[in-house]
Design a protein around this ligand. Sequence first.
Ligand code: BGC
Ligand code: BGC
Length: 757
Amino acid sequence: MKPVVLAIALFLAHSTLLGQLKPSEYLKRMEAEKMADPAGEKKVRDLLKAMTLEEKVGQMTQLTHTVWVDEGVPFLANGDPGQVFSLDTNKFIPLVRDLHIGSFLNGIAVPPQKWYDYITTLQRITLRYNRHGIPMIYGMDHMHGVNYIEGGTIFPHNINLASTFDPRFAYRMGQVTSTESADLGHHWIFAPVYDIGRNPRFPRFYETLGEDPFLAGMMGAAIAKGIQENKEALPFKQAATAKHYLGYSDPKSGWDRSPAEISDQTLFEFHVPSFAAGIQAGVKTVMINSGEINSIPVHASYRLLTTLLRDELGFKGVTVTDWQDIMRLHDTHKTADSQKEAVYQGIMAGVDMSMTPYTTDFHRHLVELVKEGRIPMARIDLSVARILRLKVDLGLFENPYPRNDRFDRVGAPAHRQSALETARESLVLLKNEGVLPLEPGKVNKIVVTGPYANMKRNLAGGWSLRWIPTDDRLFPADMPTVWTALQQVYGKKAVMAREENLSDAAQGADAIIVVAGELPYSEGSGNVYDLTLDESQLRLIRAAQATGKPVVVIMVAGRPRVVREVYPATRAFLWAGLPGFEGATAIAEVISGAVNPSGKLSFSYPNYPGMYYTYDHKYHDLDIFRNFTDNKTMMAFFGDGLSYTTFRYDELKISGTEFSGNQSIKVSVKVTNTGSRAGKEAVLWYLTDEYASVTRPVKQLKHFEKQELAPGQSRVFEFEIAPQHLSFPVADGSRKLEDGYFRVSVGGQEARFQYRK
Ligand code: BGC
Ligand code: BGC
């Protein structure tokens, strides 16, 4: 190829990759996204007309608090309280005065009054210097309740939330988050995470709503609605964030932000649906995946950020980069040979706002790129219009300042009660050979052991009070640990022991409870070489088993740490995940039987660190080698979970065994509580497509419902199967519906039917 032809070809390839559009096309997009409220849209258009380029780019820039805040130390060397979170207005003023920066983020858990003072000051300075009166918008990582407000309510992490199989808890978590934080000027919540938990080595596994796209979509949509539609927060409104779009959670190495290879089929089948559900629920913003998929950094992917997100999924809100990610196009992905080129790539791919978050270089580069004519003003206007609409939509122009007359909402008893109820239903009993519950009246003595038995921060995990909480003294004095919660129930009958004195302590004990798990981690700090539980904890479990007493393992962790070697001799195993501040109370209630467990695993639990598959794997994953395996490749699957009562499923009825066109058929099943105590049961409906042109998962969750049943009580559960349940996505993103035979299954019952177009 001649150099000039090559240059043109490269230019074309590059421009389609980055989507250099004609100005008229940006205008068309801007028109198509306009607000339903004409007055709001007029305000946005008027502002755009009046703003300079520098002012516009200021709206597209987001900086983090440590640029003008000294986080300080919570404790002095002598243990006395230290100074935290002091604001230096001299560092802040130039940002809004000279560069017109319009968005800020982040913090640590400080008391409501401190947040109130801080945000009031930032907003006052912003409005003093912004000649158009455009307020700043502040973003916060409240990922499981208000984890960055001292005294606030902290829910379980998402991996637990999903195992409740009850979207009402998800909605409530969003609502409580909003009620406790909106008054303080936290306008923008960087949650929910819509990444899908299909790779347990990924250190942010616990932030996902599990492995199933349908469950994650239902729960994730409910969280977003809880945040965005919360009437209790009025006059304030908040934006939720669908993050981290797209394909973040399954990097090849498992390590945070490392490259992913994801086929389009897999992308549409497993990664897109939860984001699509969030967008359908009205989520106002999207945060972008820091990684790269198939050698294209997502921050530079026009296809993902514009074609798929805007044109196909219909998203009209604001996209924000993740931490430093435009810069990383140059620094680590190396698709851009300079910082400025990186800005060009990100913006032309579809980024609206850059979380830079430490420097203002982005501002300078983007202004230059427009002045040089490389980026059209119409492209800038499109993003700025989206950002201004968000500010108008949230009512920031009318209510820019926080309020301080409702601080009693932070950590309110009713909110903590919701967090407790969520924690209770999120615990999954995976094994119970006649040990649990340990009824207090019948117990002589229980021995509690393990490095995490008397710790608070392990229950909350990362994103709790600090990005990575490293000190238990940060946590509320009244927050129980598993050990202190058990003491509440059993008093002196619960004794703490160490490995050295375990066999002595075990004398006369009814059971030994080992609290296993992990210390808190966030993002890359949680990368591991091996999913196996560390040797010192395995040794402790073996020592407990060697006493001959029944051993109960409580796993408090963010991902399924492998325990294959000690599992067979473990008599009861409770997956507690990261149950939050009320988690220990819930654990003690389940151990003692005050609460009947009803959680079901939101992911699959491996038996080996090197072998993993999800419940919705392909036939070919296993069938051809079935004879060579011991069939114990996995310890447990998505949907597993025991109760202290038993449920019988029978009388599966199907309204027809053939249907066609747009018809639907009804299936019902009777579920009976056949045990002697009340219990909640999540009824999970799966469909199997017997033969298809694209290989199908062995089964897929299509509907679920959780209800309480009294002893002896029966209820009929229903699922109406429509053609959309039978269709599946293909690699170009469209859906395919094929004639054939299908099976519907629920609780071991199964029926077969035929569908014809
Ligand atoms: C994380 C995001 C988070 C952001 C702001 C990033 O490093 O990936 O989840 O919202 O930082 O703290
Ligand atoms: C992380 C952010 C986090 C921040 C806390 C960064 O390295 O990526 O998510 O909020 O540190 O300081």
